[in-house]
Design a protein around this ligand. Sequence first.
Ligand SMILES: *Cc1c(COP(=O)(O)O)cnc(C)c1O
Length: 355
Amino acid sequence: MSTLPLAPRGVLYHWAEVLPLTEQTPRITLGEGDTPLVRSVALERECGLDELWFKLESCNPTGSFKDRGMVVAVAKAVESGARAIMCASTGNTSASAAAYAARCGLDCYVLVPGGKVAAGKMAQAIAYGSRIIEVDGNFDDALNAARELTARHPVALVNSVNPYRIQGQKTAAYEICETLGDAPDVLAIPVGNAGNITAYWKGFGECAEVGRATLHPRMLGFQAAGAAPLVSGVPVPEPNTVATAIRIGNPASWGGAIGARDESGGSIEAVTDEEILEAYRLLAAREGLFVEPASAACVAGLLQHGRAGRTRGGRAVAILTGNGLKDPDTAIAEYVPNITKSSATVAGVERALGW
Ligand SMILES: *Cc1c(COP(=O)(O)O)cnc(C)c1O
């Protein structure tokens, strides 16, 4: 029996022709990208849509979309001779950076806001062996420090201010156009540091340019009400929300987000923590999708629009950015557990079930 050669998966293989790679760029991969696009079975109508699709970025190797951009940023860092990388992070960037650094034998330094990173993400940064510095400040303070540190020391900065991150993340827009056969009418996405909305808009623009899509989606960005500088128009000095991945007061890609909003005829709006947690529960209970709170923000926004009668059909894609397992504390606090104790006997379990 002949064995078929395994085609390597991953963003650097699949999307090489749309990325700034050279012969010298190492083709590293953890199998990122090529994530499922699944149709909503329960929330479509309530959102006022003809079609609602979920892009499961939670299925990336470290459980968030950050892997798409990180694989490019780390490959380019290795290509340029870097021995170490650094990032500031609300958790997922550090998990991803730490994984690819481990893969490539680089040192990884992560700056995280003390006490504000979800437990699963901390577990990842620890397991992959990164050097973790907990700063006494928020994400914005940590990013300022990381920018200055990487300007002074021979360490590559892998936050989304690194243009290779945006390049890698834009590949999700290509995948959506490929799967649906065109761009959707609406793209709903949570917005924190605003690199991802910037990347999707770039990706959809490129797809339209080369005939992979016939339309540009309306970009609907959603921020948490306690961390919504792009809605108010001014930085938020003390951002706060249960959705820690978007707990950011002064987005680095501010201009990119406003450009995506205005050029697409879209909007960037706020959803409350209550709305986020409602969408978080509905996604798990009615769609079978366990995501982290930040990811639920975009579905909360679509529900808000649908209930207010602001949506008139069409096809939308919601980006589910990260896996629910990353934040077990919120899950345990927010879901009502349905647990009954029983003896380990058939009769005992029948009694517990009321059968
Ligand atoms: C990073 C992140 C976001 C926000 O993306 P930005 O590019 O910072 O706007 C949203 N959700 C999750 C799960 C994230 O990890």
